[in-house]
Design a protein around this ligand. Structure first.
Ligand code: AQP
Length: 351
């Protein structure tokens, strides 16, 4: 059975990268798949332990989900802390995964910085919890931005190692399912999840530096468009966005080696739900002084309705909490079904 899972951390404001790389793509999937979308609040304490108001930040991400068009009747929407099976499975995965696998993660290296010995153990083990988030539902597809590709590959490695290490028990208990891994057909308990990375902007870059990803933790607010920015702020940030002095090329290949131009064209294409080729055939040869206002107008038209809806939804805390509670119950029932089998496969005495 095909099932989609994805999540976002309640750390600071969502930005255009989060929206185009992930959230916008969640919406389209809910009509063709069974979907589970989580606010991964337990991930948010790996880098910073104490938050002023984690519960409220969690509501804000849930409000963004709803405002962008996720429908709680179609998709399960909840926050991770309501379903303790995620952390239980993460512990088992900590024992499946190898320290070397975690040490190689570029996000860990970036976030831990030079003082690695002082990073939290949770930051190192973050990908185990992410694998558990996905696999506790035995999800087959995960829509994410390109920056999460390496973590997804690690989730695949964990699933395969668990399937191999426990293959005899899985077979004895009759819990194996036939699945395709690449060209091969194999029998295993956990699916080897496929990342869904795509669209015209799978990696949205900083508006100040086309070689760095747009990120919440960039100290310059001009580097990103926040979902909470008003029309004036969006227009100002796009106007100030770094560019080179050339006009836009007449062929999409001409964007190679021009990271800022490529980024702005990708953003336009993703917002307009067009290909880069279509954008270049419309704007090729034009100067940024003509392209930027068109981009600003499009960004405002797409994002403003989401922002105002998000603010409206946020005011009704009880409604947001009710959505998360209901989603948590539905998610918990699925997760517990998986964990009953996992405990049996590992061989714990829980009789
Ligand atoms: N720049 C980006 N382009 C495309 N997709 C992106 N995502 C994040 N940044 C970009 C995708 O957004 C989803 C949610 O991510 P998250 O909540 O795990 O946050 P993050 O990746 O930690 O976001 P930031 O802004 O990059 O935070 P910091 O600054 O803390 O590193 C994921 O699917 C992610 O791929």
């Amino acid at each position: 059975k095909e099932l989609v899972f994805s999540g976002m951390q309640p750390t600071g404001n969502l930005h255009l990268g989060n929206y185009l790389g992930a959230l916008q793509r969640f919406i389209g999937l809910q009509d063709s798949y069974e979907c589970i979308y989580c606010v991964v609040d337990q991930h948010s304490i790996t880098a910073q332990l104490v938050h002023d108001d984690l519960a409220e930040q969690t509501r804000q991400i849930a409000a963004a989900y709803l405002a962008a068009g996720l429908d709680p009747k179609k998709s399960i929407i909840f926050n991770q802390a309501r379903v303790p099976q995620h952390t239980e499975l993460a512990w088992y995965f900590n024992c499946v995964a190898r320290i070397g696998w975690m040490n190689r993660m570029t996000q860990f290296k970036d976030k831990a910085g030079k003082d690695r010995e002082n990073a939290s153990l949770g930051l190192l083990a973050y990908p185990s919890l992410m694998a558990a988030d996905i696999l506790v539902y035995r999800a087959t597809h995960v829509p994410v931005g390109e920056d999460q590709k390496q973590h997804l590959e690690l989730a695949r490695d964990i699933a395969q190692k668990f399937n191999n290490d426990f293959s005899a028990r899985i077979a004895d208990l009759g819990y194996g399912v036939e699945m395709e891994v690449g060209e091969e057909r194999v029998n295993g308990f956990f699916p080897v999840t496929e990342p869904l990375i795509g669209g015209a902007a799978p990696r949205v870059m900083s508006l100040r530096d086309g070689t760095k990803k747009m990120s919440k933790s960039d100290p310059s607010d001009l580097s990103r468009i926040n979902l909470k920015d008003d029309a004036d702020a969006i227009a100002k940030k796009i106007k100030k966005a770094k560019t080179d002095p050339e006009a836009l090329p007449s062929e999409v290949e001409g964007l190679a080696g021009r990271p800022e131009a490529e980024n702005l064209v990708g953003i336009y294409a993703a917002l307009a739900e067009k290909s880069r080729e279509e954008v270049i055939s419309e704007f090729g040869g034009q100067q940024f002084s003509a392209f930027k206002p068109a981009l600003a107008e499009l960004a405002v038209a797409k994002l403003s309705p989401i922002t105002s809806e998000m603010n409206r939804i946020c005011e009704d805390r009880e409604h947001v909490d009710a959505v998360l509670r209901d989603g948590g119950e539905r998610a918990g029932a699925i997760a517990e079904g998986t964990m009953k089998m996992v405990r049996e496969i590992i061989g714990f005495n829980t009789k």
